[in-house]
Design a protein around this ligand. Structure first.
Ligand code: ADP
Length: 191
């Protein structure tokens, strides 16, 4: 199995690159942000709970997020591998993911981290907010909070996978094709 964590701050282009990588490697794309938006769109209990955190720029509690992620994997077992986009975002999520994959005699192959500086991110997300319909993309203070969460909490996940030499930094500045080439180069080297 090829299991990729596509890592990077909000607005670093993970969604765009994930959909290209999915086609290239024939994997299943699992974006926790997309899963939450689907649940919110359908006003499910999970969606309503998630909404109270997402609207403020906070992380959804681990228990909720991990349960949702496992459910998505368990209902899609017959695949060549997964691209995890927006997950894991905390150390607890990373540890749960590893234990969960180990139960399936699988593991994370590689974590690729897109690097984009904070001011560029704010610009990109505000721009995305003009058309995305995402209320968390319209307010600079909420965007800065999400970036703060990434730097304070999520960045540790990079170091966690670096301990087993799985973490690779990739510049997230350039054209979509250039960044895609950098990602596939990093992934092919490690798989
Ligand atoms: P972005 O990367 O642009 O912030 P996402 O679509 O990945 O957007 O996530 C949107 C929001 O959903 C996050 O700000 C957070 O509130 C919530 N979320 C997504 N994934 C997770 C996760 N793994 N753990 C906790 N909260 C999450």
């Amino acid at each position: 199995m090829l299991n990729i964590i596509l890592f990077g701050p909000p607005g670093s282009g993970k969604g765009t690159q994930a959909s290209n990588l999915v086609d290239h490697y024939d994997l299943l794309h699992i974006s926790t942000g997309d899963l939450f938006r689907y649940e919110m769109g359908n006003n499910t209990p999970l969606g309503l709970e998630a909404k109270s955190y997402i609207a403020k720029g906070d992380l959804v509690p681990d228990e909720v997020t991990i349960g949702m992620l496992k459910n998505k994997v368990n209902t899609n077992p017959d695949v060549n591998g997964y691209i995890f986009d927006g997950f894991p975002r905390t150390l607890a999520q990373a540890e749960s993911l590893d234990a969960f994959l180990a139960e399936k005699e699988s593991e994370i192959t590689v974590l690729t981290a897109l690097e984009v500086d904070d001011n560029e991110i704010v610009k990109r997300i505000l721009n995305r907010g003009l058309t995305s319909g995402r209320t968390d993309d319209n307010d600079e203070s909420i965007i800065r909070k999400r970036i703060g969460n990434y730097n304070n909490e999520t960045a540790q996940v990079f170091d966690y996978y670096a301990k087993s030499n799985k973490s690779i930094k990739v510049s997230g500045i350039g054209s979509i094709e250039e960044i895609f080439d950098r990602l596939t180069y990093a992934i092919d080297k490690d798989k």
